[in-house]
Ligand binder design. Sequence first.
Ligand SMILES: NCCC[C@H](NC(=O)CCC(=O)O)C(=O)O
Ligand SMILES: NC(=O)OP(=O)(O)O
Length: 312
Amino acid sequence: MKHYTSINDIDNINSWIEEAKEIKANPLTNIEIGKNKTLGLLFFNSSLRTRLSTQKAALNLGMNPIVMNVSGDAWGIEFGDGTVMNGNTAEHIKEAAAVVSQYCDVIAVRAFPTLTDKEKDNSEQVLNSFVQFASVPIVNMESATGHPLQGLTDAITIAENTNKKKPKVVLSWAPHIKALPHAVGNSFVQAMQKMDVEFVIANPEGYDLNPEITKDTPIYHNQAEAFKDADFVYTKNWSSYESYGQNLGGNEDWVITKDKIGDAKFMHCLPVRRNVVVEDAVLDSESSLVIEQANNRTYAAQLVLKKILEDL
Ligand SMILES: NCCC[C@H](NC(=O)CCC(=O)O)C(=O)O
Ligand SMILES: NC(=O)OP(=O)(O)O
């Protein structure tokens, strides 16, 4: 594999899940494959899980990870083509990506959306500029429209936690005080569409995700109806796609409670705001898979890096 920028880069999700489980059982089997290879992790935004689990994955493969917080620490990077750079940006992505490629064999990038410019966000300007101007493979650590390391992790976690042939999985929107990206929701949708699950989405009116991503996945505007017979309830807030990037307010009754989800397993990518998105009783119960999800981030990243290293 050359780059890992979206869930579409997964050719066969079932075989990827099986390989991830093997890696999880024996994480150090491929400790030689990344010897003398450097992984550069570039963060334009905050992170706890992605920052640590991707480094851990690199270490398990014998790679040397180096990390940089781009925002604040590096020079401001210009992405516009032909821009007269007499403003706040000091170097162009053409040089920056080419320079980082001199030091790293693989580059991983986190760059959230603007949530104000729909066209720019959908064009994945930052991620795609790295793909275009770096000379080494690029891994998406959450971009404007996708978080494919998380989506792969979630597919692995669901496969590990069901005995059913076709479990019912619900992606439910939940309230938040801020306006959040669509990336986690999008990649979860795309991962579930590749799996043998009964998959539905629940969100209030005005919060339908990009229809080019949801395609023919059923969308309920009634949460209780969607939760009927659910085996997994995956929860995430996102801002409106239609009224782009806005938190429309209200809908606090979409909070996830024990009463609502019953025996279903609870999933969330984290970080999660307790008692806004989901009540303590759910997160503190046996039904919560959130810590196991965070654990699986290492093995998802390790699988992706292994596939890239094999093709270097
Ligand atoms: N990487 C996982 C989620 C990251 C981000 N969450 C956040 O920004 C939460 C911020 C807060 O709760 O203040 C998101 O929704 O895409
Ligand atoms: N789930 C996730 O990507 O967490 P971080 O934002 O902390 O990396």
